[in-house]
Design a protein around this ligand. Structure first.
Ligand code: NAD
Ligand code: KPL
Length: 294
């Protein structure tokens, strides 16, 4: 059985795509129903009815997929992990950075892996999950024992027919996504606009260059591949143009009154700056402004 912790948009997408009968959601302690039923609107074709059981711990689990928000992940794993054998691979799907390292540090002997995905899913209403964008998923090990489980974890995820790759340097891949999120998400939340509209806004034009400067210094300090501030800005703007009409996940969280993942995006960069003695006034300002929106 493939277990999924976090029955939100991304968890429901994976549950719908993995073979029926081989996937179950990890129940919360108060969960009493036997199964979760919802509709999946695929990229093409009619809506599909999906029924996923809540996990029965007596069944052997080959993989634990974690699709909680970054800020919930350690607390969600802590009460349930002892119920899984110590060699069950755990694949973390959180955006940003910081939460993945916290899991790997808390359970260093467990096979912990991280994934980054460009698949898109959202839930406009309780019973409907929309597969909003076709993407790809990269998976790599965070702990030593995670390495042993990489090939098998990728094969299990690929049973979904979604595109999944093994990635030897997952931290670098997570950094590339972090750069994009750090340069788009907070601006869209503060300016309350779709991704593409930030590009012409005076607030973005004022801060993007010093922001990229901070990110470039932090990447060098973290021994990531050197990337100039200009290259970082180009990468951000390419994605902002490509996703011009999208509502970013952070703007969507603010509009829905949910907590954002700012602490794991610009907030993570602020903490890293404190560790390395690098000033991060722009990341700090963006983090504070987003927190005020909550
Ligand atoms: P979501 O809020 O829709 O889903 C999170 C789910 O976790 C919710 O259903 C919540 O109830 C559940 N949860 C929280 N605490 C729990 C606990 N203690 N036990 C069990 N369940 C718990 O969020 P999402 O959009 O699915 O995103 C999940 C993660 O994946 C985020 O880090 C996000 O950035 C990342 N991500 C999402 C997408 C996407 O398209 N949705 C794409 C890439 C990455
Ligand atoms: O990943 C995203 C997000 O919204 O979190 C981007 C790339 C900004 C697309 O909206």
């Amino acid at each position: 059985m493939i277990a999924i912790l976090g029955a939100g948009s991304l968890g429901r997408l994976w549950a719908a795509k993995l073979p029926a009968g081989q996937v179950a959601f990890v129940p919360r302690p108060e969960q009493s129903a036997k199964q979760l039923a919802y509709k999946l609107r695929p990229l093409q074709g009619p809506d599909e009815q999906v029924i996923v059981p809540w996990l029965d711990y007596s069944q052997p689990t080959s993989l634990l997929i974690v699709t909680t928000k970054a800020g919930d992940t350690v607390n969600a794993l802590a009460p349930i992990l002892a119920r899984f054998p110590s060699d069950t691979p755990i694949v973390l799907f959180q955006n940003g950075l910081g939460s993945q390292q916290r899991v790997a540090e808390t359970w260093p002997d467990r096979p912990v892996l991280a994934a980054t995905t460009t698949e898109g899913a959202n839930r406009p209403e309780a019973g409907l999950t929309i597969h909003a964008g076709q993407g790809e998923t990269w998976v790599g090990a965070l702990t030593t024992t995670g390495k042993i489980h990489l090939t098998n974890s990728v094969s299990l995820l690929a049973l979904s027919s979604l595109t999944v790759h093994a990635e030897q340097d997952i931290l670098s891949k997570l950094w590339q996504k972090l750069i994009i999120n750090a340069g788009i998400n907070a601006f869209t939340a503060i300016l309350n606009c779709p991704n593409g509209e930030i590009l012409a806004h005076p607030f973005y034009l004022q801060w993007i260059s010093p922001l990229c400067d901070e990110i470039s210094k932090l990447m060098s300090a973290s021994r990531q591949k050197e990337q100039s501030a200009k290259a970082i800005q180009n990468a951000i703007e390419t994605v902002a143009r490509r996703t011009a009409r999208n509502t970013s996940s952070m703007r969507a969280d603010i509009l829905a009154g949910r907590n954002t993942e700012i602490d794991f995006i610009n907030g993570y960069l602020v903490r890293l700056g404190q560790d390395y003695g690098i000033d991060t006034p722009v990341n700090q300002m963006l983090t504070e402004q987003v927190k005020q929106l909550n």
